[in-house]
Ligand binder design. Structure first.
Ligand SMILES: [Cu+2]
Length: 123
């Protein structure tokens, strides 16, 4: 009797764990440029990878530089659980913050950001 009860509790716990794993929120796993990187020149693409397929129509990629918001166009996925977009315009030395918005399996819209710097080392 006691054993059956323990087995039932274990089964319930396992079911809860599996359900939680299946509906785990989307997370960014990698970015390009890398978070915290210092680059010696301008960037022409932004890319972010997730732990699940991003929903492109609900997605955005933005970039803010030392002189304000940058032009980011052509948002797409390369089919690797990623979002990618082109960056254009002058990129002076300084700190840049990239922001993403997307939704994963459960449809929740999530956002995140990362930053990198450009330093040409002119002196
Ligand atoms: Cu691409």
């Amino acid at each position: 009797m006691k054993q059956r009860r323990i087995a039932w509790i274990a089964f319930t716990l396992l079911a809860v764990l599996l359900a939680t794993a299946a509906y785990a929120h989307l997370k960014a796993s990698k970015t390009s440029p890398e978070d915290g990187a210092t680059l010696s020149g301008p960037v022409r693409t932004l890319r972010v990878w997730f732990n699940q397929e991003p929903d492109v129509p609900l997605s955005k990629l933005e970039l803010e530089g030392p002189a304000g918001p940058m032009k980011v166009e052509g948002l797409h996925t390369m089919g690797e659980k990623d979002l990618m977009a082109r960056v254009s315009g002058r990129m002076p030395d300084g700190t840049y913050t990239a922001r993403w918005q997307t939704a994963g399996d459960d449809g929740h819209v999530l956002t995140g950001e990362w930053s990198f710097a450009i330093d040409r080392g002119n002196r």
